[in-house]
Design a protein around this ligand. Structure first.
Ligand SMILES: [Zn+2]
Length: 417
């Protein structure tokens, strides 16, 4: 569309006509500006609507026996994060909602439930017996030991995690660090039983400016482009990043660790888009995102099979099933170096009913295959695709999950010649 009406005189216009033309032109320009503004406003409204669709519902009790319990763990030389009782539910709501979005097509009730108190999620404050550096330990790169020291005290204070995933925001990181690359800035989640798990994540994810006090406010933080301190590097200089990136990394990493606590494996086949790959680091929905999973973290079908039978997500899980599946592996045949396919042959049984079988390659730390399963006996004869095999021993783990969320794994070893 032209901004200029046709026939606009060029050069020295007669005074009267000029005034008319100027007035007409001004009117047209004003109309066009108005139209553009209206279009922009509509567009902004459209974006705002798309963005609002991403804001998770407030945490609620999903009506199942298994729930998330939020915990703020504070060593004796540290103070709690201000407003942690309001911020922990916001971080957890965003992370939990990723699972609902990934599962809702196949499993409408898939929503993580929270322990509530007075209509809001319960957030327990646990005072650590030791100083923050004690929990980080002599070797701060040993995340497993750090995790264990924290969960031991949380379990001692609040009881063993029966029917619970403890989501622990731990103030054991070094002061002011806001990145997971810093040693001691923990992010770790583990499934402990079909009805138990724990996540320990550095409590900087709840800091002001990283975590908002309401779910919609978090969306604004994801969009923030001002640069703030992230990591203190070894040379003493601060690494800075956009606030939105730090906020996204915080929530995305929490979702990833929650995935582990629900039983998910790493999946590095599509690392940038898969939440159980590296997508959690790039979690940053903004006003341009639709409700599409690319913005939030997509979970591959094989990990969705794992989640399908999690007692924390499945209303229809068989909670009376206490016995895990069993295996009858057959002898493996030698394979040729360079092969990209591995034959599986084994019989899997369950006393009640199988739910799924997934295949994990420990050497490359990734899922490689998976199938739904049913009935009490499955004769699995399948070829799975893997990265080209190197000479030596190749290991594969076949994990069977029953409809009660009980899990058992068989390790198969192949000689590669
Ligand atoms: Zn991980």
């Amino acid at each position: 569309m032209s901004l200029h009406p046709a026939g606009t005189p060029v050069g020295a216009p007669p005074p009267r006509r000029a005034r008319t033309d100027v007035a007409r032109r001004a009117a047209v320009v004003a109309l066009v500006v108005l139209a553009l503004a209206a279009a922009l406003l509509l567009d902004l409204r459209g974006s705002a609507r798309a963005a609002e669709a991403l804001v998770p519902p407030p945490p609620a009790d999903a009506g199942r026996e298994e729930r998330l319990l939020l915990v703020h763990f504070v060593p004796r030389d540290r103070d709690p994060v201000p407003a942690f009782e309001r911020r922990a539910p916001v971080a957890a709501a965003w992370a939990a909602d990723v699972f609902r979005r990934n599962l809702e097509d196949q499993h409408a009730a898939a929503r993580l439930g929270f322990e509530m108190q007075g209509g809001v999620p319960r957030v327990e404050l646990v005072q650590g017996r030791d100083t923050a550096d004690t929990y980080r330990g002599a070797d701060p790169s040993d995340e497993t030991a750090h995790y264990q020291r924290v969960v031991d005290e949380v379990f001692a204070a609040l009881g063993p995690p029966r029917g619970r995933i403890y989501v622990v925001f731990s103030a054991t990181h070094e002061p002011e660090q806001r990145c997971f690359d810093a040693e001691g800035s923990i992010a770790m989640g583990t499934i402990l039983a079909p009805d138990a798990g724990a996540v320990v994540i550095a409590s900087w994810v709840l800091d002001e400016g990283v975590c908002a006090e309401d779910p919609a406010g978090e969306l604004e933080l994801f969009a923030a482009t001002d640069r703030v301190r992230g990591c203190l590097k070894k040379d003493g200089a601060w690494y800075e990043a956009e606030r939105g990136r730090i906020a996204g990394n915080a929530i995305g990493s929490l979702a990833h660790e929650l995935g582990h606590a629900l039983g998910c494996f790493h999946d590095f086949r599509n690392p940038r888009v898969d939440l159980m790959g590296k997508a959690g680091h790039h979690f940053r929905p903004d006003k341009n995102s639709s409700s599409d999973l690319a913005a939030l973290g997509w979970i591959a079908p094989e990990n969705r099979l794992v989640l399908r039978w999690s007692r924390f997500l499945a209303a229809d899980a068989d909670r009376g099933d206490a016995r895990e599946p069993t295996f009858e592996p057959e002898a493996t045949q030698p394979l040729a170096a360079g092969a990209t396919s591995v034959p599986l042959a084994l019989v899997i049984r369950d006393d009640r009913a199988l739910g799924a079988v997934v295949v994990y390659a420990p050497g490359s730390d990734t899922l490689v295959a998976g199938w739904p399963a049913e009935g009490t006996e499955l004769r699995l004869e399948r070829d799975v695709r893997v990265a080209p095999l190197a000479p030596g021993v190749f290991e594969i783990v076949v994990l069977a999950i029953d409809r009660g969320g009980n899990r058992a794994g068989a390790r198969l070893h192949y000689h590669v010649e």
